[in-house]
Design a protein around this ligand. Structure first.
Ligand code: FCB
Length: 444
């Protein structure tokens, strides 16, 4: 089975970037050569990770990076999206860790030599633990520490990086990490979600200032995740519930960046639950970005509920991936067109999209037709959005290879490359081969 798009698709153009994505904590291993981070602590806390695993070895990418670069090259992609581990490149006293910086400069130089563009995210959730010990993202000071890290690392990496993203999915850091506690640092207080989110967004804005100064030629922006919210029925109360959920989970993160304000629902919050906004913050947060990264996996369906205003409904009979996320590609097109209609957006990159499937390796092959179908349907959905006038310049498959899937440990496989964690052998899955073939045909 192949991946294909209509012959007149703009995604066939060489101007459109195709890539694969990973994140530092999920693949690097080599925990001893960096500072401990909140995910090390979270993994060491009983019952937080489904298989009791951690990121100490992961895909041993720090040791195997040269092989991994060859693997990436063999897929024929234009770009590789990775994240920098803050605690690998910055020492506890704030100075640069040269050994850590060299790891990334060597990796990047090698990618560039093979014609692969580097898309680097500065924060994919691995906050150094010593900063968490001072309050983490609940402490406004963390935003300034992030700015300092961004300043130093972008000077060190400079033009090697084609595109810098400040943060990956601040929703996950703040809501999952500080409001409901299923991600590190595992705090679960309603007010913490909004307070940490504000400091994350402030950190994004402060970092943008120094990145634009240090690397004016790079494409600089942020990566947000969206889970579009649908009403369970046509009843006005359900429609209203889905709108409130959308403001709470999705618009909360994009509106401050694009329009310099939080959604109106902020006025309904108790004073104690509101973020601590200081004069000038919203201007810092809403400065221009060169691109918007969008991560999409699934949708969510809501009905009205008096207690919490909205309640998510499990779509029992709907097709789902192995992680339980509904497969609903039409929501991807809806999302892209509705963001385009709501905001004045810079060019969009799909910075993550992909599926966990119950892969079986047989005779050195993984016949993951289910994942391939997921990719086909979602690439079609992106193409549909482009046809409807949305400017989308790139697409990254999540993920290059199976890796540490946060609270699910190693139980869920998102790679287009299979990883045997005992031997660290990588095997390109059928979906990866189809992605490679699709990309190479486009080049002809
Ligand atoms: C996203 C994360 C990424 C990965 C995928 C499945 O929310 O950015 O690290 O875990 O989900």
């Amino acid at each position: 089975m192949k991946i294909s798009l209509p012959s007149d698709s703009k995604m066939h153009s060489k101007e459109f970037t195709f890539g694969v994505a990973t994140a530092s904590f999920q693949i690097e291993g080599a925990a001893d050569s960096r500072l401990p981070c909140i995910w090390d602590t979270f993994c060491a806390t009983p019952d937080k990770i489904r298989d009791g695993s951690d990121g100490k070895q992961a895909c041993e990418h720090v040791a195997l990076w040269k092989d991994d670069v060859e693997l990436i090259e063999s897929l024929g992609v234009d770009a590789y999206r990775l994240s920098i581990s803050w605690g690998r490149v910055i020492n506890q006293d704030g100075s640069l860790n040269q050994e850590g910086v060299s790891f990334y400069t060597n990796l990047m130089d090698n990618l560039i030599a093979r014609g692969i563009k580097v898309y680097a995210t500065l924060y994919h959730w691995d906050l150094p633990q010593h900063i968490e010990d001072q309050g983490g993202w609940l402490n406004r000071k963390t935003a300034y520490l992030f700015q300092d890290y961004a300043d130093k690392i972008t000077q060190a990496l400079g033009d090697r990086v084609h595109s810098y993203a400040t943060l990956n999915e601040p929703f996950c850091s703040s809501y999952l990490g500080y409001e409901i506690g299923i991600h590190a640092p595992g705090l679960a207080t309603k007010a913490y979600g909004r307070k940490s989110a504000h400091h994350l967004l402030l950190a994004h804005g402060l970092a943008m200032q120094v990145i634009q100064k240090n690397c004016p030629n790079a494409l600089n922006g942020i990566v947000l995740n969206f889970t579009p919210c649908y009403p369970y029925s046509d009843k006005p109360a359900d429609i209203k519930a889905s709108q409130i959920a959308d403001d709470y989970f999705n618009q909360w993160y994009i509106k401050p960046i694009m329009n310099g304000k939080y959604p109106e629902i902020i006025n309904d919050f108790d004073d104690g639950d509101k973020p601590d906004i200081e004069p000038g913050d919203m201007d810092i947060i809403s400065q221009p970005i060169d691109f918007l990264g969008i991560n999409f996996y699934t949708r969510a369906v809501y009905q009205a509920c008096s207690e919490n205003q909205f309640e998510q409904i499990d779509m029992k009979d709907a097709p789902k991936t192995d992680i339980g996320w509904e497969i609903y590609p039409a929501a991807f097109t809806d999302l892209l067109t509705s963001l385009h209609n709501t905001y004045t957006l810079p060019p969009i990159y799909i910075t993550e999209n992909g599926a966990a499937m119950d892969d079986k390796i047989v005779d050195d092959a993984v016949n993951d037709l289910d994942r391939l179908e997921y990719y086909q349907a979602h690439l079609n959905a992106v193409n549909d959005a482009i046809e409807q006038g949305v400017k989308i310049d790139g697409y990254f498959a999540w993920s290059l290879m199976d890796n540490f899937e946060w609270a699910e440990g190693y139980l869920k496989r998102f790679g287009i490359v299979y990883v045997d964690y005992q031997t660290q052998k990588r095997t390109i899955k059928h979906s990866g081969l189809a992605y490679r073939d699709f990309i190479s045909q486009r080049a002809e």
